[in-house]
Write a protein that binds this ligand. Structure first.
Ligand code: SF4
Length: 562
């Protein structure tokens, strides 16, 4: 539970495992270059996610015949489908990927088992809902859907009946309905198929909504489970708002409530919940506009526009030049700034919504790339020749699927290429243009920069995944999972510390190395903090993670006095 400004965000808010698994599957297909991708019905009832999927050319069809390109992939969404429809889909000739949630599959199995023994099935759920249609298809033609106790009262008598539930049903409704059906049957099997994540969400909501003055339920207006959650809250809290994004809120709605509880449906991405929570907290903090608010907004702009990362790269260049024994020289520092700024901003825009960025921003980013190239040319023609293909490769990286490049889509490549790019700009090029490349100090600086930036990139990827950003398997964390990522990062940190400690023991630039060792403590702190908390990527996370380069820069500068 995350509490600040008397605003509590539900621990259970956000994608349920079934929805997250389905989205991951589709994105992995997209990243692997399989196109076109069709989902059988909208993958998720959330406009922000469907817009993002549409931007990636992942569209929804109701039936295989509607797919324009039969060489594409058909994805069965988390809700599942009926066995009859499944057989039809399998015969469509298209590649089929099944993303049915295992907990929905379990409900299918429960229904089929009893139906084969001659039981009637009563499903407590929403008649037209995709999941319920799928469940009904497993009843061997002996199924009925009821929405609750009232409709159950109208049911006839049954000899053998199996009562099941839509996985997102409210528990109290299910049991009240089951009790009525029990009184109408000779044999009544009550199969509670409400899934565990839904139970957790409901019990947390019931506990928290009771003591909140205002409950904000975030999620699609067409999402059944979000609507059900909002209904549940209305029974418990004096004021409930069901919104899709923070844009639907006004300051008046949130500044007066003593305390606020924010929860969300299973189809709401964490980044949308975080945006709402952030907006509510900021609005409550700044009841009346203040200078601090202005500074915070300005800072958020600096970080999200990649300008902050560019300064971090400039700081790292200073550190590497010190390691290489080079004098401070503006062109190398400026080169790193423009190189990292252009590539980070462009790749970031592609990771978000490329079409939503105005032309002026693209012009600025490409101009920054051109400035980096011009600076390289000013340093030497060889630097220009080296930089040009690297810049082009970095600018083309977001189009790797279009280019069908297998190498660029390999697991973990995003973090690896980011580290190489920074290593080139911050350590390799300064040594190259100053003809110091073949010295041990230069190898060491390149190695140091690549390791540090690789850890930074992996950690940012990890926090992005917490935010449900659409990260693909090029991100190390997504490709190798949490266990291996932690192990790799800890291994790299140990290697880095060991290298610095060895240099110190042989008194190689002792002042500078001692300072970098101290700086390493900050990096260790950041890494441990983010791998032990499931913090989502935000302005604070990016600020703290990239701050390591500024810490190193300040310490490297101070080393002159030792
Ligand atoms: S709500 Fe439950 S059953 Fe439905 S997709 Fe999510 S985890 Fe699976």
């Amino acid at each position: 539970m995350d509490k600040e400004q008397d605003v509590i965000v539900a621990k259970s808010a956000g994608f349920c495992p079934g929805v997250k698994g389905a989205i991951d599957k589709v994105l992995e297909l997209e990243v692997s270059g399989k196109k076109p991708i069709y989902t059988l019905g909208p993958l998720i009832h959330n406009k922000q996610v469907t817009d993002m999927l549409a931007a990636k050319q992942i569209s929804s069809v109701d039936r295989p015949e509607q797919a324009a390109d039969k060489s594409g992939v058909l994805v069965i969404r988390a809700h599942g489908i009926t066995p009859a429809f499944r057989a039809e889909v399998m015969q469509s000739g298209m590649e089929v990927v099944d993303a049915t949630c295992p907990l929905v599959k379990h409900a299918h199995d429960v229904i089929s088992t009893y139906a084969q023994q001659g039981y009637h099935t009563i499903i407590v759920g929403d008649g037209g809902h995709a999941e319920v249609i799928g469940l009904l298809g497993c009843t061997l033609g002996k199924g009925v859907v009821v929405s609750g106790p009232e409709e159950a009262q109208k049911l006839p008598h049954f000899d053998k009946v199996n009562v099941v539930s839509q996985t997102t049903q409210k528990e109290s409704v299910f049991f009240a309905t089951a009790e009525i059906i029990k009184s109408k049957a000779d044999v009544c099997q009550i199969s509670n198929t409400i899934c565990h994540p839904t139970k957790l969400r409901q019990s947390e909501t019931m506990q928290m909504a009771k003591s909140a003055e205002l409950v904000i339920v975030v999620g699609g207006k067409h999402s059944a489970n979000t609507a059900r959650l909002a209904l549940l809250c209305k029974e418990l809290a004096p004021q409930v708002l069901h919104i899709e994004t923070e844009k639907e809120l006004t300051p008046e709605q949130v500044i007066h409530a003593k305390n606020i509880f924010i929860t969300a449906g299973a189809s709401t991405p964490n980044w949308v919940i975080n945006q709402v929570a952030e907006w509510v907290r900021q609005t409550r903090k700044n009841r009346g506009l203040s200078f601090t608010h202005f500074i915070q907004k300005l800072w958020a702009k600096l970080v999200s526009s990649s300008i902050y990362s560019a300064f971090a790269a400039a700081a790292l260049t200073y550190v590497c030049m010190k390691l290489e024994g080079l004098h401070f020289h503006w062109p190398e520092i400026l080169f790193a700034w423009f190189f990292v700024y252009s590539l980070t901003a462009i790749n970031r825009a592609y990771d978000e919504k490329p079409h939503s960025f105005p032309k002026i921003k693209w012009t600025i980013w490409y101009t920054a790339a051109a400035v980096a190239l011009a600076l390289a040319a000013l340093m030497s023609w060889q630097a220009f020749l080296l930089t040009a293909p690297l810049l082009i490769a970095g600018l083309l990286y977001p189009s790797r699927h279009f280019l069908k490049s297998k190498i660029l889509s390999l697991p973990g490549t995003k973090d690896f290429f980011t580290a190489l790019g920074w290593g080139y700009a911050c350590a390799f090029l300064p040594a190259f243009v100053n003809e110091m490349l073949l010295r041990k100090a230069s190898y060491l600086a390149v190695f140091y920069a690549v390791l540090l930036v690789f850890m930074r990139s992996v950690t940012l990827g990890f926090t992005s995944a917490n935010k449900d950003l659409m990260v693909g398997k090029e991100s190390f964390y997504k490709a190798f999972g949490i266990g291996k990522t932690k192990l790799a990062v800890m291994g790299l940190l140990t290697a880095l510390t060991a290298v610095l400690a060895t240099l110190l023991s042989i008194t190689w630039k002792p002042g500078l190395v001692a300072m970098l060792l101290i700086g390493n403590i900050y990096t260790i702190f950041v890494v441990i903090y983010y791998y032990s908390h499931s913090a989502s990527r935000g302005i604070k996370e990016e600020t703290l993670i990239d701050a390591q380069f500024f810490v190193l820069w300040i310490l490297a500068w101070f080393s002159r006095f030792i």
